[in-house]
Design a protein around this ligand. Structure first.
Ligand code: SF4
Length: 65
């Protein structure tokens, strides 16, 4: 799996970074999403998928390999 993020759509809610801190962070200035691991290791996949589902803006999406 691969994660794509659209910072134009992100509303800086921070759910992703809270849910999967190993995979997502927020930029210091605007609070928009920063993807730390676009291809998260197996142990973080579940949290990453959860975070994508919880994102309120639809800025995140998963592309299956
Ligand atoms: S949860 Fe969605 S809207 Fe919130 S910071 Fe992450 S990508 Fe942006």
């Amino acid at each position: 799996m691969r994660i794509e993020a659209d910072t134009e759509v992100c509303v800086a809610a921070g759910m992703c970074a809270l849910t999967a801190p190993e995979v997502f962070d927020q930029s210091e200035d605007e609070g928009t999403v920063v993807v730390l691991a676009a291809r998260p290791p197996a142990e973080h996949e579940k949290a990453a998928r959860e975070a994508v589902e919880l994102c309120p803006s639809g800025a995140l999406r998963i592309v299956e390999d």
